[in-house]
Design a protein. Sequence first.
Length: 273
Amino acid sequence: MPRKRKLLAQLSALQSNSSFPPFDALGNLNTMPDGDSSPKSSKYFAIEKKNSSQLEADFFNQPCISLAKSFLGQILVRKLPDGRELWGRIVETEAYLGGEDEASHSKGGKQTQRNAAMFMKPGTLYVYQIYGIYFCVNVSSQGEGAAVLLRSLEPLQGLDAMRELRSASRKGPTKPLKDWQLCNGPSKLCQAFGIDKAFDQRDLTQDTAIWMVPGHDLPGEQDVVTTTRIGIGNRGEWAQKPLRFYLRGNKFVSVVDKKTEREMAAMGHFSCS
């Protein structure tokens, strides 16, 4: 018995001096308050969070197409007023190249009060409204008037809060949204993350309510599908430019281009599944 008490005392001392969180605190990452074991966050979110140094100005300071591709796999973080954090992995983007791009809000190099953020330093948020109701969020890059549209996220943390925010913007009684429906579109992700016009012209490297951190498992070129943008309409050759990028096989992408995927597979870019 004395030996057992000694071992228990040593174990207690180790636990009290350890810098690691208690075991059950880690377990609670994926456990509901009522004991339900259904996940509140992505199964690999704990791994992502360990390496969560904020992306800085140098990351955003790259050409538009390069930045649009580099965003894939990175993490958008939104801190709500009540302190809850929402985390989402970027899985789909579109590049808008500025003056020459007929589909860009800054086509012809025209700068207005609405699109001013597109001409600000790389890493500045450009938030605009469509149909007088919904918001879309972009991030400025190198290039006069160039920016990247964030089209879809894979939710990692704060899924319950995302559902609350999405439900608040939907009319009438609705069925609970599935995980893949929360952020699979530019306006949906803005609703789920509580992003509105108040976020326009904010700096992702300085803001305390929204920022980005590096992803843990970044994709390679073989994992990225390059295709045409969505909803461009009558913009001539620019409607056919391959300026949308998404993670192949990711179920959180808004629109999958099977034809382009088959063509890329035929060219040996990746195996056709």
